[in-house]
Design a protein around this ligand. Structure first.
Ligand SMILES: Cc1cc2nc3c(=O)[nH]c(=O)nc-3n(C[C@H](O)[C@H](O)[C@H](O)COP(=O)(O)O)c2cc1C
Length: 209
C-alpha cells in the first residue's frame, strides 16, 4: 500500500478489538516515529505516557467522555506538555546537541541564548499555547506510522485534562495532559470503518497562486 492508500485506510477508530495487542517490536517502531517528529527549535517539550495498565485506563475512561476506546485499545498514548516553560529545558537541549554532534558547548551558547530570548519575549499564555501545539505533529507521525503497519490510532481530545493530571500525578512532574491517542486494532464490527471520508473538496481546501 502506498502512503495515500494507508491514509485512506486509517480512520478514527471507534471500536477496538480488545483482544488484540500491539507487539513490543511494533510499539518500539511507533515510539521511534514519535521520537523522530519535528518540534519547534527541536526542543521536544513533551513527554509521552504509554499506558497498557487496565486499572489506570478504567480510571481514565469516565474522564474521557466515557469513550470505549480508552479501555478497549491496546495502548493509550498520553501526550503531556510542561505546565510552565522552564529555560532549563533549553540548556538540556543544548547539552544534548553538544553530546550528539560532538560540538563544544560554548559554540552552541549563542543559539541557546537566542532561543531563551525569543521565548522570554512571550507571555505565559502564549508559551502555553505554543507548547500545546507541539505534540500534534508527534501524534500525526504516530497515526501515519501506525497506518503503515496496519495499526489503528484514534486521535482524541475528548477528555478532561485536569482529571488526567490528577490520576496520572502529572502536576508533580510539572506536566499536563495535552492530547491522547488510542492505539490498537479495529474491531471488524466497527461500522465507522465503512463510512466514506468527509473531506472538503480540493478547490475549497487549496488555492493555487
Ligand atoms: C485533535 C483531534 C481530536 C479528536 N478527538 C476525538 C475524540 O475525542 N473522540 C473520537 O472518537 N474522535 C476524535 N477525533 C477524530 C475526528 O473526529 C476524526 O479524525 C475526523 O472526524 C475525521 O475522520 P477520520 O479520522 O475517520 O478520517 C479527533 C481528531 C483530532 C485530530
Amino acid at each position: 500500500m502506498d502512503l495515500i492508500n494507508q491514509l485512506e485506510w486509517r480512520y478514527a477508530t471507534k471500536k477496538f478489538d480488545s483482544e488484540k495487542k500491539v507487539s513490543p517490536a511494533d510499539l518500539t517502531y511507533l515510539k521511534r516515529a514519535i521520537q523522530l517528529s519535528p518540534s519547534s527549535y527541536g526542543l521536544q517539550l513533551y513527554k509521552v505516557l504509554v499506558i497498557e495498565d487496565t486499572a489506570i485506563r478504567e480510571k481514565l475512561k469516565p474522564v474521557s467522555w466515557g469513550q470505549n476506546q480508552i479501555t478497549d485499545c491496546s495502548h493509550l498514548f498520553v501526550f503531556c506538555i510542561p505546565k510552565e516553560y522552564d529555560p532549563k529545558d533549553v540548556d538540556e537541549y543544548i547539552k544534548l546537541t553538544s553530546q550528539v554532534r560532538e560540538v563544544a558547548l560554548d559554540q552552541l551558547e549563542g543559539y541557546g541564548s537566542f532561543m531563551k530570548t525569543k521565548l522570554g519575549e512571550q507571555s505565559t499564555e502564549e508559551l502555553a499555547t505554543w507548547m500545546g501545539h507541539q505534540p500534534y505533529l508527534a501524534l500525526s507521525n504516530l497515526m501515519i506510522a501506525g497506518a503503515s503497519l496496519g495499526i489503528d490510532v484514534c486521535p482524541m481530545e475528548g477528555f478532561e485534562s485536569e482529571a488526567y493530571d490528577e490520576i496520572l500525578q502529572l502536576k508533580e512532574q510539572n506536566l499536563t495532559a495535552c492530547v491522547i491517542g488510542t492505539v490498537g486494532y479495529r474491531d471488524q464490527e466497527d461500522t465507522s470503518q465503512n463510512q466514506a471520508k468527509v473531506r472538503k473538496p480540493m478547490d475549497l481546501l487549496f488555492e493555487d497562486l
